[in-house]
Design a protein around this ligand. Structure first.
Ligand SMILES: Cc1cc2nc3c(=O)[nH]c(=O)nc-3n(C[C@H](O)[C@H](O)[C@H](O)COP(=O)(O)O)c2cc1C
Length: 247
């Protein structure tokens, strides 16, 4: 059945987005708040932003210190994510209340949350007033993850992080992987035709499918489409975003 399109009031309906646990301050005097207005701005230099209301306790700390960590929570942390996004750190230690563990970050003063599988350490480059919120544009100066997300070759498996998503007031889990970068350009596998000499035909098909499975996706991309990743032994066949990471 064809859907009828309804016009709604202009609003912030982009979804799903990450409900990040953002840490500010320094190790001893840290605070954490939930930020859903966040995203990537550029690949090189790697840049992100968080959008923060000036009324937040964290806002002054951010302005003064110019550093923060985006801690990406897994589904098991949903209750803590909600809690640190409701209560202010002006009146309590939210780490203690939620049983969150502070870990020293590599490049910035605010701590990383040990329970979060992925963390982006950020240094503020610019602050832009944007209406209700101010946008803190920042360079991503460090990235860390749980070692359980890496395989023996150092390839990052995001699906193991079981990341939490947020959409219009509700928390979700991500569900299944339904494709990988560039999969729409894969050549469809040929269906087996009935053949008299079945044994011979099966052998040909097997060797063809072995070849196509081994082929990295960027080699089967249509002509004219540039794929910047260099095939190395480590990341052969890895989809965009699945990086090889040095342990
Ligand atoms: C799911 C969720 C998303 C939120 N996203 C933002 C956001 O993007 N920007 C913001 O300023 N506040 C956001 N908040 C509200 C702050 O996290 C909340 O006001 C928090 O208590 C501020 O903490 P603080 O006073 O300790 O800084 C969000 C809250 C929740 C629950």
């Amino acid at each position: 059945m064809k859907n009828k399109r309804i016009n709604l009031a202009p609003g912030t309906l982009e979804a799903p987005i990450p409900p990040a646990m953002v840490t500010v301050g320094d190790f001893e005097n840290a605070n954490v708040l939930t930020i859903a207005w966040t995203g990537i701005l550029a690949t090189q230099p790697p840049r992100t932003y968080i959008s923060v209301r000036p009324s937040r306790h964290s806002y002054g700390i951010l302005k003064e210190r110019g550093e923060f960590v985006i801690n990406l929570p897994s589904v098991s942390l949903a209750r803590s994510v909600d809690f640190v996004g409701i209560y202010t750190g002006a009146k309590m230690d939210k780490f203690e209340r939620c049983g969150l563990t502070k870990q020293r970050s590599d490049k910035v003063a605010p701590p990383t949350i040990a329970e979060c599988p992925i963390a982006l350490e950020c240094r503020v480059a610019e602050v832009l007033p944007m209406g209700t919120h101010d946008v803190f544009i920042a360079d991503i100066v460090g990235v860390s993850c749980h070692d359980s997300l890496l395989d023996a070759e150092g390839k990052l498996h995001f699906e193991r992080a079981d990341l939490l998503a947020y959409a219009h007031g509700e928390y979700y889990s991500l569900g299944e992987v339904v494709g990988r970068f560039g999969f729409s350009t894969d050549k469809p596998k040929k269906a087996a035709k009935p053949e008299k000499n079945t044994e011979k035909f099966t052998k040909i098909l097997e060797s063809k499918s072995e070849k196509s499975e081994k082929k990295p996706f960027y080699e089967s991309a249509p002509k004219g489409r540039s794929v910047k990743r260099k095939p190395t032994d480590k990341n052969k066949g890895a989809p965009h975003g699945k990086r090889s990471v040095k342990k």
